[in-house]
Ligand binder design. Structure first.
Ligand code: NAP
Length: 248
């Protein structure tokens, strides 16, 4: 049975959605969890209590992953509180979808800063400690859209494609320090957000998926658990699509 006991995992954007699913799953495997969020203070406080009730150490931090200095401060605080960071999951992400013709500079910058610059900010801050510890696993949550592109998502697709290039570069730079860096590209994952989609739109999406269902946060969390554990000790620089075969 896979265990993540004695591992400290820092995950960005875990007050809801996929991040919350990943954090819950990893805590159930025994990992201590530090997680961040942007503004959902009440949800995050309730979630912190839920994780602690699972018998692990857990703490939520309100911190903007797009802010370089704030990310550095956050990582220092987490190490002070937890003693180390074994695994970093760069999950925080947003969309500001619109056609290129209508996309404002602000919509471009917000998405690139939150999705891509955040991965740089957090990875730079956390690897300082991982290098001293001579071990670490970094997991970047990208998207199949970063591989295929998508009309109406030029900003989002560019940020997610950027994460894949970033992942491979970090893997090449830090492999000799026993720090691995991989990406997970989810496809259509059912969350509170997708619950709001109308049934016809959802059915149309599912038609194009070989496994004929949307993914769950547990499907993504299973892959995160694998990449966080020693089961993936010889895997770095890879992007694993968790998409029911939607993209091959
Ligand atoms: P979500 O439900 O919108 O949750 C986003 C999380 O990120 C929230 O916890 C939010 O905190 C946090 N966040 C947003 N901006 C932040 C910032 N600047 N700093 C720190 N935290 C921030 O999103 P999701 O659907 O779970 O997606 C999670 C990740 O998976 C994203 O990177 C997304 O691109 C990727 N993904 C999702 C799907 C999908 O089908 N859902 C598919 C492929 C990839 P607050 O609650 O405080 O706002």
């Amino acid at each position: 049975m896979l265990t993540l006991q004695n591992k400290t995992i820092l995950i960005t954007g875990a007050s809801r959605g996929i991040g919350k699913g990943i954090a819950t799953y990893l805590a159930n495997l025994g990992a201590d969890i530090a997680f961040t969020y942007a503004s959902s203070v009440e949800k995050a406080n309730a979630f912190e209590a839920e994780l602690i009730a699972l018998g692990v150490k857990a703490k939520g931090y309100q911190s903007n992953a797009a802010d370089f200095a704030a990310s550095e401060t956050l990582v220092d605080e987490v190490v002070k509180e937890f003693g180390k960071i074994d695994v970093l999951v760069n999950n925080a992400g947003i969309t500001r979808d619109t056609l290129l013709m209508r996309m404002s500079e602000a919509q471009w910058d917000e998405v690139l800063d939150t999705n891509l610059k955040s991965a740089f900010n957090m990875t730079k801050a956390a690897t300082k400690y991982m290098m001293k510890a001579k071990q670490g696993s970094i997991i970047n949550i990208t998207s199949v859209v970063g591989i295929t592109g998508n009309a109406g998502q030029a900003n989002y697709a560019a940020s997610k494609a950027g994460m894949i290039g970033f992942t491979k570069s970090v893997a090449k730079e830090l492999g000799s320090r026993n720090i691995r860096c991989n990406a997970i590209a989810p496809g259509f994952i059912e969350t509170e957000m997708t619950d709001a989609l109308n049934a016809d739109v959802k059915a149309e999406w599912i038609k194009g998926i070989p496994l004929k269902r949307g993914g769950t946060t547990v499907d993504v969390a299973n892959c995160v658990a694998f990449l966080a554990s020693e089961l993936s000790a010889y895997i770095t620089g890879q992007t694993i699509n968790v998409c029911g075969g939607m993209v091959m």
